[in-house]
Write a protein that binds this ligand. Sequence first.
Ligand code: NAI
Length: 393
Amino acid sequence: MKVAIVKERRAHERRVAASPDTVRRMVGMGLEVAAETGAGDAAHFSDAAFAAAGASIAADAETVLAGADIVLKVQRPLTGDDGGIDELKHIRRGAVLIGLLQPAQNSADVEAYARAGILAFAMELLPRVTRAQAMDVLSSQANLAGYKAVIEAAAEFGRAFPMMMTAAGTIKAARVLVMGAGVAGLQAIATARRLGAIVSATDVRAAAKEQVESLGATFITVDEAAARTAETAGGYAREMGEDYQRHQRERITEALKRTDIVICTVLIPGRKAPVLLTSEMVAELAPGSVVVDLAIEAGGNVEGSGPEEVATTPNGVKIIAPVNMPSRVAADASQLYARNLLSFLALLVDQDKKLKVDTGDEIIKATLLTEDGAVVNPALAPSVAAGAAAATG
Ligand code: NAI
């Protein structure tokens, strides 16, 4: 079976879906691997490194996709809509496509995968069960995003993070507040602590308190009773009501008086991110403070934050809202993402090196978007499934 690694061409994307390490392992599994020239450049993996690992190097996307049985991507393939190249057109019927396909936001693309007869897998739909941990792309990428958020905040901050006692006087430790203590938030806490900051954090899920405290940070409880019912069976947070939000804004406004840096990481799966910091709350911060909004792609946690800008408010607070934070740590993000895909691939290739798609497997079932010309994923809106069925007749 042939595996294709295509260069990522979407804006802000520096990652690649394979690393020299995973190419070597795929070749070891008996797969034939081809990489488009320059596919790993932005993540510091050269063509020579891919070739040394056993990949053949193809001159362009069309050549690498021709005859591929499995296509590994970070972002969804281009469809030519924006006047650029059409990668989807070159993926053959019956081929497997694996990537962060964002199906909920891109239903027209999902319908196009069905029409093209592709077996498309969206890695963000992976169930968070123990067996899937090695494939968990959301965790591997969020962890690096949390780390980088603190590093970027430190770079914009006109002061140091650690307390320093020098002959010229003492510098106070920076105070960091982390909103949302999931995978990204916990890594942000750990990173800020390593840099010597005094850290506090809040989360709606009751279980987060112990995790925050075990990292040496202070937990800010908003509403104990609400926290007990805030977690879904899947481990995610529910969307909280008006009462909780009001109470949270009061508690956080108080905490902001003693805060230099705020890292916002709050997401609700399938919904717009909640606004945690209003403009009035940001105005409570002292000049020179820094806010990082990691939720910007889901609408943002900070009122008025805009993608990719470092905005400075009238009272001198910097707000950073970077799109695709994992891509700013492209080498490590690609390394981990590639290993996630490799683990997933092992589910799809049988001992005879043939493709086997076992829809009885909960991991396959949850991630498979399209099969036999139809949208088959139960998590997608019925309108998507109906639209695709009509289009394929
Ligand atoms: P996420 O990216 O969906 O959200 C980030 C954090 O924001 C979460 O901790 C969430 O509780 C919090 N949050 C949501 N609404 C909030 C609000 N209004 N105010 C304050 N905080 C709010 O979460 P992520 O990082 O994907 O993790 C979700 C859960 O999944 C965690 O419990 C994590 O430990 C768990 N998990 C389990 C894995 C497994 O394999 N079993 C793997 C990875 C994560």
